[in-house]
Write a new protein. Structure first.
Length: 470
């Protein structure tokens, strides 16, 4: 049994600072090297306990664990390096080997540290590893570490927990002692390549040589993790040509820092009848449903959609206006033109069709009305006829006709009831008139028996005694 007690991450940080101060040129010109601590886990699942902490601090550690898990998968799928990836798993109780995360609530100048011990047997096989990670919540100046800073710090210390030492060449490398201050949260290709080599070791005898350098076919690059999601989660998206279902979102992608990636969401998505979702923008302000995202920093990129409801304005005349899609919660205005001309004879006499009221989702009685769009809506215009003017015209014509008939009747009656002209004056001759031909005697009046006189103009007999026609 050979126990080893490591120096703390804090002490190593101080030593690195001293060395860096005296060897600035050397550090600037250093190649990409990843030092190793000298141990390797035989377990594939690394158990992690997280002691009592604020919820945001606990979540920060879980996110850091997930970062390492996803990054190893990405590295294996991208470069196909032989490895047996480790998986950080949260457990509630400490076992023989463990990573124990605790929090320093007191004010201190250091952000965090990791103490580790490992044991191997006579064959050099590591059978026990214990790591204690201490994360500070509040610095001496009173400032409190944010959730992002804690996540970066936890990712850095978890790298130590699986055997990675400090790198010297770049402050944006996760395993650099200054990386938490720069909010670096994802391991680089160098960090992951070294970890892949460690995962293949089973004893002290087959440990990779420290420090580890990258092969020529793997470029050095920090990695960026970007989480993509849709809000609300009603559709998926296409990432670099690969469809991602709504159920798979939100999803975290691991990309090389500075790499560009194509993102695409549908601009309009139909849902239930009269309901649709319309793309508004990405959370970084881009208005394009199809866009390129550059992996420059760890972030969460959200495609935001808004709900729209359909308004149907139904009217068989009156040029209905207002049908269409409206944002949820907005107010829609709709209308018809009233009155409308009536067809046929009554229309030619001024008859018209007049708007009466709306039915459906509105009971307004004005031709122009509005409605709140809290769901799909439908309104229908109701009409009535106004035939007052045609009836007035027809009534006037009828009255004129009746008056004309009455006047004609009166005139005819008067004419028929007028006295005939006086009988002709028969001249009286003093001499004996010449003989006249025999003339038939006129008929007698049936009322009074008097002789009647024949009126040639009317071709009728008239009784002057009764003053009536016979």
């Amino acid at each position: 049994m050979h126990p080893i007690k490591s120096t703390s991450c804090l002490v190593i940080c101080l030593l690195i600072l001293v060395i860096s101060a005296f060897n600035a040129r050397t550090v600037a010109a250093a190649t990409y090297e990843q030092p190793l601590h000298g141990f390797a886990w035989s377990l594939r699942q690394v158990p992690v306990t997280i002691q009592g902490s604020p919820e945001y601090a606990h979540d920060a550690v879980l996110q850091a664990m997930q970062t390492w898990n996803l990054a190893q998968t990405w590295f294996f799928n991208t470069y196909h390096v032989s490895s047996r990836p480790y998986t950080f798993v949260e457990v509630q109780q400490l076992g023989q080997s463990y990573v124990n995360v605790i929090y320093n609530q007191t004010q201190t100048d250091s952000w965090g540290l990791a103490d580790y011990d490992w044991w191997w047997n006579s064959e050099g096989v590591f059978y026990k590893i214990t790591v204690t990670i201490s994360l500070v919540l509040k610095l001496r100046d009173g400032s409190i570490l944010s959730a992002l800073q804690l996540r970066s710090l936890a990712a850095h210390e978890l790298g130590h927990a699986v055997g990675l030492g400090h790198t010297l060449f770049s402050e944006i490398d996760l395993m650099n002692h200054l990386s938490p201050g720069h909010k670096v949260m994802v391991p680089s290709t160098l960090n992951l390549y070294a970890l892949a080599l460690l995962s293949e070791a089973s004893s002290r005898n087959d440990m990779p040589k420290s420090p580890v350098t990258l092969p020529t076919n793997i470029p050095y690059a920090p990695l960026i993790q970007m989480t993509l999601q849709v809000e609300p989660n009603i559709t998926g998206m296409t990432v670099d040509g690969a469809p991602q279902s709504a159920k798979s979102l939100p999803k975290t992608f691991t990309w090389l820092a500075g790499s560009a990636h194509t993102l695409l969401v549908d601009s309009t998505i139909s849902s239930a009848s009269g309901v649709r979702y319309v793309f508004v923008e990405w959370s970084d302000g881009s208005k394009d449903a199809s866009r390129t995202a550059n992996a420059t920093e760890a972030t969460r990129l959200t495609a935001k959609f808004k709900i729209q409801y359909e308004l149907k304005v139904i009217a068989n005349l009156g040029d209905p206006q207002g049908s269409g899609w409206y944002d949820a919660g907005s107010t829609a205005t709709f209308s018809v033109t009233s009155p409308q001309p009536q067809g046929g004879l009554f229309g030619s006499l001024g008859g018209k069709i007049v708007f009466q009221a709306w039915t459906g989702d509105s009971a307004a009685e004005t031709a122009t009305a509005s409605i709140g769009m809290d769901g799909p809506k439908a309104v229908e215009a109701q009409w009535t006829t106004d035939e007052s003017q045609p009836y007035m015209i027809l009534g006037g014509i009828g009255a004129a006709i009746v008056a004309a008939i009455i006047l004609a009747f009166i005139l005819i009656r008067r004419r028929l009831g007028a006295a005939p002209p006086p009988p002709p004056i028969i001249p009286r001759y003093t001499t004996v008139p010449p003989p006249q031909p025999a003339v038939l005697q006129p008929p007698l009046c049936p009322n009074c028996g008097s002789a009647t006189t024949y009126a040639e103009e009317y071709q009728r007999y008239y009784c002057y005694n009764c003053q009536r026609w016979v």
